[in-house]
Design a protein around this ligand. Structure first.
Ligand code: IMP
Length: 448
């Protein structure tokens, strides 16, 4: 499928019919990111016509392994790995055009066609000064506040400053502005003097140079910058199936995550409508992706964190190092309190459980089912970082398994202890596990 919609529709078209066919799907991360969404999107993509990102930016990192080749994608939806699918970057995404062009070139160099890739003209642009500001803010925060400093531990991709600029409006640049030098010049005339006032951001900050670089990116991306809200609504009304791909994850959501240790966008399925311009009434199923354990990158509370050799072992077995930043991820036991909360927020219809193979060889496993807090025990998540930092996990011990499960093709192939672990999750969260991933390859997946 090729993009056909221009940035601005030339004339009023026939009214779009209603109601929307309910045939689209969403894939969302239920923990603090890196659950393996890329692989699940990649598996679901064949049944869909377009894969759509609705939030975040180059802070996200999706790894997909196809025929032994690993692809790391940040901005481009994983569905790009299927020829002739439309890959849409929606208005809710913040786009660093430099990172986007580099990602396009890297895919093309490996023989992956990116002809079906389009970007919303209303997506906000991560400017070089947003990246500088992200880095500078983190440095300042490190020296502020309590002993440990107050930095968020961001990916330093300019995500927060870009979303802040969007909220402030006046100097914000959107992808469509890259095609209109006059509009871009006006935006920069507002933004650049304000940025100069921020200490450390004045080096090399020139309106003329930014205008030149950004319009060059506009020229490079011209055919891809379109009104994706009309494009997607037309597709949905034609009965096409969209696959919405969440960036980051539910517990990093700016409203519902562990604030302030979150990212700056609406990461859960709740953000889909706003981040694409398509009503969520077109969504038939929401697949929630979770690992059999928990990881987190950056700062913020994580009740089940393991800071001992066991945590190190899981990190090494699971190759738990950031796709975007290479940082070692914090690792811990599965937190079912958090999971139940995420399932509730997203309206999850089925689960995809990943990394089961990492647990092979562990004698015993722990699962958190409640928190102990200064006010007593609770089975409800505490999304405010202040409260969550005061919660400690109450565990249910479970038997581990010695066998290698990476070749399992059905749940019946799994050792009894692994099956009981999965059954326990299903019973506790009252949601069916549809997929179990036992290795990075497409074929290493059990589908119920
Ligand atoms: P930011 O999104 O770069 O502002 O970072 C805010 C927080 O979200 C930091 O703790 C990051 O490590 C975390 N974060 C953002 N995106 C991802 C992701 O895709 N996976 C895991 N953590 C992420």
């Amino acid at each position: 499928m090729e993009p056909t919609q221009t940035m601005t529709p030339p004339h009023p078209q026939r009214p779009l019919p209603r109601p929307l066919p309910k045939v689209s799907s969403a894939v969302v991360g239920l923990q603090w990111g890196d659950e393996g969404k890329g692989k699940i999107v990649d598996l679901l993509a064949p049944g869909h016509d377009a894969v759509v990102r609705y939030n975040g930016g180059a802070n996200a990192g999706h790894s997909v392994v196809v025929d032994g080749q690993r692809y790391s994608l940040h901005l481009i939806p994983s569905g790009i790995l299927y020829p002739r699918k439309l890959a849409v970057i929606g208005n809710g995404v913040v786009v660093d055009p430099d990172a986007l062009v580099r990602e396009i070139e890297a895919l093309e160099a490996r023989g992956v066609s990116t002809r079906g890739l389009v970007v919303s003209s209303r997506a906000h642009v991560v400017m070089p000064y947003h990246i500088a500001e992200d880095q500078r803010r983190e440095e300042i925060l490190r020296g502020a506040g309590a002993q440990q400093g107050s930095e968020i531990g961001t990916t330093k991709r300019g995500i927060g400053p870009c979303y802040a600029e969007k909220a402030q409006r006046a100097g914000a640049v959107r992808m469509g502005d890259l095609l209109r030098p006059e509009a871009l010049r006006e935006r920069l005339a507002v933004a650049v003097p304000a940025k100069r006032l921020l200490a450390g951001l004045d080096d090399g900050l020139s309106e003329a140079r930014l205008l030149e670089t950004m319009t060059a990116f506009g020229d490079r991306l011209r055919d891809r910058i379109v009104d994706t809200a009309y494009l997607l609504n037309d597709l949905v009304r034609q009965g096409k199936r969209l696959l919405f791909e969440g960036g980051n994850a539910t517990l990093l959501d700016v409203d519902h995550g562990t604030f302030p240790y979150v990212t700056s966008s609406a990461c859960s399925a709740l953000g889909i409508a706003q981040g694409t311009g398509v009503s969520s009434s077109c969504i038939e199923r929401v697949v929630g992706v979770m690992k059999v354990y928990t990881t987190r990158v950056g700062r913020g509370p994580m009740p089940t964190e393991l800071t001992d050799a066991l945590g190190d072992a899981i990190r090494e077995r699971g190759r738990e190092y950031g796709t975007t930043t290479g940082r070692p991820r914090r690792v811990g036991w599965l937190d079912l309190v958090a999971l139940r909360y995420s399932i509730m927020l997203n309206g999850v219809t089925s689960l995809a459980v990943t990394m089961l193979d990492v647990f092979s060889g562990f004698e015993s496993l722990m699962v958190c089912t409640k928190y102990r807090t200064p006010e007593g025990e609770t089975d409800r998540f505490l999304p405010d970082a202040y409260d969550l930092a005061r919660a400690s996990p109450v565990y249910v011990p479970m038997a581990g398994f010695a066998e290698d499960v990476s070749g399992a093709t059905s749940r019946g192939d799994l050792p009894g202890a692994a099956r009981r672990y999965l059954d326990f999750i299903e019973d506790f969260v009252e949601t069916e596990i549809e997929w179990v991933s036992v290795g990075p390859e497409r074929r290493q997946t059990i589908h119920r």
